[in-house]
Design a protein around this ligand. Sequence first.
Ligand code: MSP
Length: 524
Amino acid sequence: MKNYYITTPIYYPSNKLTLGNCYTTVLCDAIARFHRNLGENVFFLTGTDEHGQKIAKIASEKGIKEIDYLNEIIEDTKELWKELNISYDKFIRTTDKYHEQTVSKIFDKLYQKGDIYKSTYKGKYCVPCESFWSDDQLIDGKCPDCGREVVEANEESYFFRLSKYEPALRKLYSDNPNFLVPVSRANEMINNFFNQGLKDLCVSRKTVKWGIPVSFDKEQTIYVWIDALSNYISALGYLSDDETLFKNFWPADVHVVGKEIIRFHAIIWPAILMALDLPLPKQIFGHGWLTFGNGKLSKSKEVEKKEVIDPRILNARYSSDSVRNFLIGEISFGQDGPYTQEGFLNSYNGILANKVGNIFSRLTGMVIKYNAGIIEKGNNEQEIDFNFKNKIKELKSECISNMLELKPTLAYKSALKIIDECNSYIDNNKPWELAKDENNASRINSILYFSVQAMLEAYTLLNAFLPESTKKVLTIFGIDKVQINEQSIFDFEIDKIKLEKNEPLFARLDIAKEMAELNTIANS
Ligand code: MSP
């Protein structure tokens, strides 16, 4: 069985997660589920990035210990992932003991090798935020977090010899143009990184106490990026007593990350892995941002509350599938895309109510009306409409290829096209006309039988994207374990299944009414 390892970035628990934060995780979940449905052995990792000054500051302002603050907010994060049906295999916290031990060993290893050395950090420091910044991190010469003036800093720290790995990294990109995708954005970024020249990287702090101590210099803590990036291998047991998962799943098939953290994943992480003599991940996917209002979301600034709709509210009002539908279907994976309440609601009606929900109600209604609720295989094989069958097969292959090429938005659309095709098939064959002559009973039965087969093909593919609603329907048809098999088509065992009238999967929304209510909630 093929193994597949996919990761999200680990989240800063400095705020409760927003809809923007759900973006990477929902997309990764759809990809992970799809690979599972293809029969692969998937390991899907997510988690939280819990060290650093910011967390220490939040906890001290609340007058509580860091870990108490973290435990509470991580519960909330896990709850949200549950509501959104996120099927992670492991949730890593960088405060987990095993992770801290591995990071400490990694740091020691790099130091012993000579790839980490002690020197003096010269850069900028923001006093109110207690944060160090390099010149290229500043925005208009000011702190990127709070926008205030910064001062010169001078502090002893450990450095990672990133510059040493520049030739190897250049070679990586020239030999392997698909290492960082989408390629359009990647090329420009890579040139930017290399044009600036790679400087050695400060990887420890004397002033930040909330972190993993350097084992041989207790005054220093390991600065966030070595700590954070190492989660991808510590979660698999790297340098622990049991490296089985590491042996099975490393190197990762893909690290999916937002575009603002590509540099860390595309340059620093491969360099650290090279220094550790480990294989590199097969691919880094840098996705775009979900934007709010007219501006881009800057995650380090407080986003105006009224522009952000809480994913928990959307989940509760419209189902987790509605949030997944919007994030997967409306923002092309790799590009930026806006969130608007109207866009969200229109997508709900247009895709979920009119397509995904409607085909089930429509077919159930017809099976009840024209076939006494029973789906029968009968002599259908003789009546099969090969054009229809071939078209569905083509769309199924298109969906699978899109997903394997990491184009989940397109894969989702291919699966939805099966529903369109199914509707056209019914419209063209008009069972309601045929029903006027009782000699057509067998033909009607065939049309319905094949339409239901096509609908199930669509739901099987859509399951990774919309697990909640598709599961309801698949269960009615006795399909407990979803399997996507590219070779087989119209092979669902549905002979003699009796259908009963069901509640609509997605009731149509009154957009004006919902807009008004969402605006009231967002502004309250
Ligand atoms: N802790 C680092 C990641 C370390 S990984 C070794 C971090 N955390 S984060 O919480 O700030 O961001 C986590 C992910 O959420 C990033 O991939 C980021 O791009 C994503 N998003 C946060 N807001 C977003 C949007 N509005 N839209 C899409 N994704 C964005 O960075």
